[in-house]
Design a protein around this ligand. Structure first.
Ligand code: NAD
Ligand code: GLY
Length: 363
């Protein structure tokens, strides 16, 4: 039996992350976050048929006075668009959502980012409760308040910081997650070990097989430990003026790969981040910051979780570099990367030499 775990995120707009089995059926927990009488449950076409009715029934049992709307978008990164953002606003308008309305974002990181951004903008900001259903969303995207949609020119180029009112991670939803998506989530879990928690890397190495097999107790531990790291960092630096940038380890390379592949085919976000972390480790070695052996160990751990660790064939290094220049982490003065100095130690390095980056991309 897995007990419910809580991680509190402090700061100007504090909230609680609840992690445990069966939480989507806990009407009291879900309704406790409702301030008004309008709730929009936003979800995607894979998640809604499985879980939306549970959330709706639980809310209705707890608060019969609430008007509940449903809004379902097609699944996939290619749907994280301005068009679907506008459609979500239309759904809020159709519901007659007032300023005390709440959006329940039921799904993976794509849905959470999209619905969170709509909540950030409707009437200049209404509540959003994140109900993550992928491992990646439970350990990363549902926490910290980054919301966004993609443009053809790049990932997450339009968005807002909009912290959730609560995060409710029902770990039983992971049982229906396709194995590839479960593996993708481990990229972000490994990231926390890589940047701030070397012992976590060893723990993950020990339990990789059981985690991939879906061991509930171990998964809940991995989620809570990851959330605790994210909570501590976003509490200290909610708007990414400094330390929060470390959470982007591997993302400059990863986002470039995703954008270059057009979001539809190829690597998903977690897989692209896995490749990106290995490239960032190799770049760190090329710049004299980390031993090659550290990068080898990181690569081996990611491979144990069934994740890709090399740039997909057919992607042009120069095109990837051009993508990186448009990444939000770049500045007028040049490319910035989160580089590392071995397990558990990372730092932001500005004005990284493009020749070194190209060298790493060319392998
Ligand atoms: P996703 O939302 O596309 O979900 C992956 C797939 O799994 C989708 O097809 C989805 O429909 C399906 N799915 C989700 N839950 C399911 C379940 N329980 N059972 C069966 N199928 C299920 O992908 P993701 O990996 O969760 O999220 C990636 C996105 O998150 C990217 O857009 C990335 O940019 C974003 N992200 C945001 C932040 C942030 O801080 N806001 C952090 C990390 C990633
Ligand atoms: N996933 C990066 C961040 O939340 O800052």
């Amino acid at each position: 039996m897995t007990a419910i775990q809580h991680v509190d995120v402090g700061g100007a707009a504090p909230y609680r992350i609840a992690i445990g089995p069966g939480l989507l059926q806990d009407g009291a927990l879900l309704a406790a976050t409702l301030r008004g009488r309008h709730a929009l449950i936003a979800s995607d076409g894979n998640v809604a048929p499985r879980y939306l009715h549970r959330v709706e029934a639980a809310l209705r049992m707890a608060r019969s006075d609430v008007r509940i709307g449903r809004h379902v978008v097609a699944p996939g990164e290619a749907e994280k668009t301005l068009g679907n953002f506008a459609a979500t606003l239309d759904a809020l308008a159709g519901l007659g959502a007032t300023r005390d309305a709440c959006v329940f974002a039921l799904g993976g990181g794509v849905l959470g980012d999209l619905a969170g951004f709509a909540a950030a903008c409707w009437m200049r900001g209404i509540d959003v409760v994140q109900l993550p259903t992928t491992l990646l969303a439970m350990v990363d995207s549902s926490v910290g308040g980054k919301t966004a949609v993609d443009l053809p020119q790049g990932k997450n180029l339009v968005g807002a910081f909009h912290p959730p009112r609560a995060v409710v991670a029902d770990t039983t939803t992971l049982r229906s997650l396709p194995p590839r998506e479960l593996r993708a989530g481990f990229a972000e879990v490994v990231k926390y070990g890589a940047i701030v928690d070397a012992p976590f890397l060893a723990w993950l190495d020990t339990h990789a097989e059981a985690l991939l097999a879906g061991d509930d107790v171990l998964l809940a531990k991995a989620i809570a430990r990851s959330c605790a790291h994210k909570a501590a960092i976003v509490e200290r630096d909610p708007f990414e003026h400094g330390e929060r940038a470390l959470l982007n380890f591997g993302h400059t390379f990863g986002h470039a790969i995703e954008a270059e592949q057009g979001y539809a085919d190829g690597l998903n976000h977690g897989e692209a981040v896995a490749v990106g972390m290995v490239l960032a480790a190799r770049l760190s070695t090329a710049l004299g910051l980390a031993d090659a052996g550290d990068g080898d160990r990181l690569q081996a751990l990611l491979a144990r979780f069934g994740l890709p660790t090399t740039v997909p064939a057919g992607l042009d290094p120069a095109a990837l570099l051009a993508r990186m220049r448009l990444d939000k982490k770049a500045q007028a003065s040049g490319l910035r990367f989160v580089l590392w100095e071995g397990a558990g130690k990372a730092r932001v390095v500005a004005e990284v030499d493009e020749g070194a980056v190209l060298g790493v991309l060319r392998g």
